[in-house]
Design a protein around this ligand. Structure first.
Ligand code: MLT
Ligand code: MN
Length: 312
């Protein structure tokens, strides 16, 4: 089983188009140790030929352009793709907008929870993917669902989806009610356990998670690899940076640091490799020369970059 991190940044990417914060500036200037990143997506393949994407980011066209494995093979038909299916972990813009770029009457399958399928259904622009060509399938929390292509052939990638503490997508929040509680742990945001034909261990992909609780700790124990929500280093980082009013918690993202953070929360759990993904453009770990980056490494974590690949 091969797993490739296609995009390691959070919504907006790094640098973000309108961001003038020091980190985006450093990335634009090509400062050493500060690498640009595209938005949140990973890909998995059991046979090295067909690939299952996890999320479809607004950067999908660029991501395919820089990933030969996701391009049509030289001997393939005039219209073709090795992308067999897309599994969605929530309905955030950075996870579903890329579907619009995958039109062209090209068959593949979409897997998502009932809530995320309802969002696709409610927004008719997604009908550029005709469900007769691109079937939409329910990803119910259950044991081991074999991911199949549009024709129903197994890809060899197997997914076990589970709800995680999170929240509904930003654009689904009712306007004018800033005090409302938009948190959800019923499938608006999910994590996935990825295994497959011949795999020697499980990879967990959890790009959005508001809390590390006992059930999550138990679930990810013994993972070969955990790809986890690395949006913010400290909860109030976006406020301190002066770029926004929201805390990480308000956005459904646990901070890396602190007593209630993910590093502490997962410290005692046996995990082969732990890697932060979905890194926001305010997160100081994006600078490899920062004290925060050093602290994360010292705690046994890696910070994902685009193109990072693993086999398990
Ligand atoms: C998130 O991860 O919280 C969202 O992607 C934020 C957004 O919609 O920009
Ligand atoms: Mn996001």
């Amino acid at each position: 089983m091969r797993v490739k991190i296609i995009g390691s940044a959070a919504g907006g990417g790094f640098p973000q188009w309108n961001c003038n914060y020091r980190l985006s500036r450093a990335a634009r200037a090509g400062m050493s140790g500060v690498h640009s990143r595209t938005q949140s997506c990973i890909a998995a393949s059991a046979d090295g030929a067909g690939w299952v994407l996890f999320n479809a980011s607004p950067d999908i066209r660029q991501q395919i352009a820089q990933t030969p494995e996701l391009q049509p093979a030289a001997d393939a038909p005039l219209r073709s793709t090795p992308i067999r299916a897309v599994v969605l972990t929530n309905a955030d813009v950075d996870h579903i907008a890329g579907l619009l770029s995958l039109r062209e009457r090209q068959p593949f399958a979409i897997y998502a929870t009932a809530q995320v399928l309802a969002t696709l259904e409610a927004n008719s622009i997604f009908n550029v993917l005709d469900p007769a060509i691109v079937p939409r399938r329910l990803l119910a929390p259950m044991e081991d669902l074999a991911i199949r292509d549009a024709d129903g052939h197994e890809t060899g990638v197997v997914v076990d989806a589970f709800p995680v503490p999170g929240k509904i997508a930003l654009y689904l929040e009712q306007r004018g009610d800033p005090s409302a509680d938009f948190s959800s742990d019923t499938g608006d945001t999910i994590g996935v356990r990825i295994t497959g034909t011949g795999s020697r261990g499980a990879v967990f992909y959890i790009p959005g998670c508001a809390r590390v609780d006992a059930s999550l700790r138990t679930r990810v124990a013994d993972a070969a690899c955990l790809l986890f929500d690395g949006t913010v280093y400290t909860d109030d980082e976006m406020i301190i940076a002066g770029v926004g009013q929201k805390t990480g918690a308000r956005m459904g993202h646990i901070a890396m640091s602190g007593e209630a953070g993910s590093i502490a929360g997962l410290a005692d759990v046996k995990i082969g490799r732990r890697i932060f993904v979905h890194v926001n453009n305010t997160n100081p770990v994006l600078d490899e020369n920062s004290a925060e980056h050093a602290a994360v490494k010292a705690a046994g974590w890696e910070v994902a970059g685009d193109g990072m690949e693993m086999e398990f």
